[in-house]
Design a protein around this ligand. Structure first.
Ligand code: RB5
Length: 147
């Protein structure tokens, strides 16, 4: 399984920690950077992660900025991407079960590395339930089609 990862300057260390963590779990990582602490703009990195998932180059995406919000908005602009931006594991888990989220974002300035690992564990390990949730996920795609 492949995970596309991307981050801005605020999240280089967090990205490296989470990258090593998921690699140790057996995932292959496509790392879109940045690896520099020099100030950069998060939208490009969110888009790269979103596109990799939408095009099927990666099974999941994990994108990190200061809050997780900007890079999450960017990734969510890509058609077919459903983003979970969260700071605790419960929402991450439910976002997989009910919303079939395919990109996870969080903030390197908001949560610590151990919380990030718990979130990633819950998000990667949980399965989409389908059933009644599929109708609602289909409606999300319909919103993309008519806007
Ligand atoms: C960068 O200063 C910061 O704005 C960015 O990392 C992110 O938090 C945006 O949502």
């Amino acid at each position: 399984m492949k995970i596309a990862m991307g981050n801005d300057h605020s999240a280089v260390q967090m990205k490296n920690t989470i990258k090593a963590y998921v690699e140790a779990k057996g995932y292959q990582v496509i790392d879109f950077g940045t690896d520099s602490a020099e100030s950069c703009d998060y939208p490009m990195y969110g888009e790269k992660v979103g596109r990799a998932v939408a095009l099927g180059e990666a099974d999941y995406g994990i994108a990190i900025c200061g809050t997780g919000i900007g890079i999450g908005i960017a990734a969510g602009k890509v058609k077919g991407v459903r983003v979970c931006t969260c700071s605790e594991p419960y929402s991450a888990r439910l976002s997989r079960m009910h919303n079939n989220t395919n990109v996870l974002t969080f903030g390197a300035r908001v949560i610590g590395e151990e919380m990030a690992k718990m979130i990633v564990d819950q998000w990667l390990d949980e399965k989409y339930e389908g059933g009644r949730h599929q109708r609602r996920v289909d409606q999300l795609a319909q919103i993309e089609s008519r806007n």
